[in-house]
Structures are given as C-alpha cells and as structure tokens.
Design a protein around this ligand. Structure first.
Ligand SMILES: *[C@@H]1O[C@H](CO)[C@@H](O)[C@H](O)[C@H]1NC(C)=O
Ligand SMILES: *[C@@H]1O[C@H](CO)[C@@H](O)[C@H](O)[C@H]1NC(C)=O
Ligand SMILES: *[C@@H]1O[C@H](CO)[C@@H](O)[C@H](O)[C@H]1NC(C)=O
Ligand SMILES: *[C@@H]1O[C@H](CO)[C@@H](O)[C@H](O)[C@H]1NC(C)=O
Ligand SMILES: *[C@@H]1O[C@H](CO)[C@@H](O)[C@H](O)[C@H]1NC(C)=O
Ligand SMILES: *[C@@H]1O[C@H](CO)[C@@H](O)[C@H](O)[C@H]1NC(C)=O
Length: 241
C-alpha cells in the first residue's frame, strides 16, 4: 500500500480559510448586563459557552414597532425564542429602550419614555450591585455581582412557552405558585395564548394540558407532553419562515 501523500490544499479549503479570515473570529459578546453596561438596540448577550443569546427580536417583520426581549439559541441562525420577557407588552424601538438594573437592584426593561415594560419585581431587600447573567443552560438569572451563583431571580421560574432541561414545572409548596408554560397567541404574537401545560396541582405527577382553561388531556409525565410542546414550538417556528 502506498502511503497517502499530503495533497495541496484544494480550492474549497482555500475559500474556507479566506472566508474565516475575512470574518475574523466571532465577536465575543458579554453574558452580563449591569447598571454600567445596559443592553440596547442590536446588542446581544451571549452565554459563556455560546449556546444561548439574549437580545431584542421582532417576531412579525410586518409590524416594525413590536419588539421583544428574548432568549434564543445562539447557534441556530433563525431566531428560535425560548423565553420572552415582555410577552404582552412589546416595545416600539429597541434603540431607545434598554435592559438595565434599577436603583433597587431589580432587572428592568425600560422603553423610550423610561417606563418599565417588564421587571424582575423582587421585593426582598437586595442591593443595587446586582447583575443579570445569561447562562449556558438558557437560564437568565439576577444575582449579586459578588456571587453570580446565588440566584435572586431566574427565568426558569417564569417560563414562557418552552420548557428547557433544568427548569422546574409545577407547584411550589412554599410560595403556592404554579409554574406553567403558555403558548403564543399566534405564530407572530408571543402574547399568552390559549394552550397551557402544567403539573397537576393535585400532585398526581401528571401533566395537565388546557385549552382556554379547560382541561383536555391528562398524560403521565412520560416525556410525551414535552415532545408535544416541542412539536408545537417547531410548528410556530415553521410558520414564521
Ligand atoms: C437602530 O439603530 C441602527 C443603527 O443606527 C439602525 O440600523 C436600525 O435601523 C435602528 N433600528 C430601529 C428599529 O430603528
Ligand atoms: C410586582 O409584585 C407585586 C407584589 O407581588 C405585584 O402586586 C405587582 O403587580 C408586580 N408588578 C409587576 C410589574 O409584575
Ligand atoms: C434593607 O437594607 C437597608 C440597607 O442595607 C437596611 O437599612 C434595611 O433595614 C433593610 N430592610 C429590611 C426589611 O431588611
Ligand atoms: C445604588 O443606588 C444609590 C442610590 O440609591 C446610588 O447612589 C449608587 O450609586 C447605586 N450604586 C450603583 C452600584 O449603581
Ligand atoms: C455563592 O452562592 C452560592 C449559592 O448560594 C453559595 O453556595 C456560595 O457559598 C456563595 N459564595 C460566596 C463566596 O459567598
Ligand atoms: C374561552 O372561554 C371563555 C369562558 O369560558 C369563553 O367565553 C370564550 O368564548 C372561550 N374562547 C374560545 C376561543 O373558545
């Protein structure tokens, strides 16, 4: 057998190298928002491992004045939002709006009139030296700047229409609060829609699906329900194309 000889680089390889050089390394966006470093306009936050991005997005390109603060998969070129802050309250212009930390330490989305369109709304006594961090799990957290593993608030507790691994669905015995996921109103409107999914509050370990508040399926927590949700989400995504 002849040893394989090194081949001169093909045209394709050269083109690839050239393309890489022209683009340069991907610019490294910060994963953190703070009082000194608010997020505005076309800026994005990217989780440390590069899996998730957070920024402003527009689900309906025919409605230029409806923008949402969202988390999406950073490595999928099409925006596939997994969480939205201001679901029912779009902002009209991301350039004059910003996500920042308010004086009381809460994270807040301010529109161009500086009115809060969304906030973490923690009433506990927290200092204003807090930061918001987008994690590689897709969880967006508020934490003291001195210890970002101590979560004061997390988006996993307030999911929108997507469940991500690590997030808890269900009834919190301490707060009595039920975490449920709620579909979009339509493929281009992320306002809360008619379809919801939650753990059975009676503790039967079943998922409860509802349409317009009436129960329609009880399914063992077998993953089937989550598959169904994934399917619904992808259907939304397809409709957006
Ligand atoms: C925001 O500003 C950028 C850069 O100036 C501009 O290209 C973009 O069109 C603006 N976006 C909106 C929604 O006005
Ligand atoms: C903030 O929390 C308070 C008390 O829980 C509630 O009354 C208020 O509606 C909340 N505000 C927002 C913007 O969620
Ligand atoms: C909140 O913090 C301030 C200053 O750190 C302190 O003076 C105040 O007593 C605290 N309030 C509560 C309810 O813990
Ligand atoms: C925290 O808020 C106080 C006013 O309540 C302000 O003087 C101080 O500069 C703020 N700290 C930071 C880190 O922004
Ligand atoms: C940071 O917070 C985590 C989670 O609450 C805690 O386990 C850890 O001890 C804290 N680290 C410091 C330096 O306070
Ligand atoms: C949703 O439920 C309400 C109250 O039962 C009812 O009035 C309304 O017509 C329902 N909407 C749809 C679209 O089914």
């Amino acid at each position: 057998m002849e040893p394989t000889r090194p081949r001169p680089p093909g045209v394709l390889t050269l083109c690839l190298l050239l393309a890489l050089c022209m683009h340069g390394p991907p610019s490294r966006a910060s994963d953190t928002v703070s009082r000194d470093q608010p997020l505005s306009g076309g800026q994005r936050m990217v989780s440390q491992g590069g899996r998730f991005a957070l920024g402003f997005f527009q689900p309906d390109v025919t409605a230029p004045d409806r923008w949402y603060l969202a988390i999406w998969y950073n490595k999928i070129s099409k925006h596939t939002p997994v969480w939205i802050a201001n679901r029912g309250r779009p902002i009209s212009d991301p350039n004059s709006s910003k996500l920042t930390i308010s004086e009381d330490g809460n994270m807040v989305l301010l529109d161009r009139l500086e009115s809060p369109m969304w906030a973490t709304n923690i009433t506990r006594n927290i200092s204003n030296s807090t930061v918001g961090v987008i994690l590689d799990t897709g969880n967006f957290v508020l934490a003291p700047a001195s210890n970002t593993t101590y979560f004061l608030w997390q988006s996993f507790d307030e999911p929108t229409n997507v469940w991500l691994p690590g997030a808890k669905l269900g009834w919190n015995k301490v707060t009595g609060h039920t975490t449920r996921i709620i579909s979009w109103e339509s493929a281009i409107n992320p306002s809360p829609g008619y379809y919801t999914l939650e753990m059975d509050p009676d503790g039967s370990n079943q998922f409860v699906h509802r349409w317009n508040n009436s129960r329609f399926i009880g399914q063992r927590a077998s993953g089937l329900a989550l598959c169904l949700l994934e399917f619904l989400r992808w259907r939304h995504t397809l409709k957006l194309q």
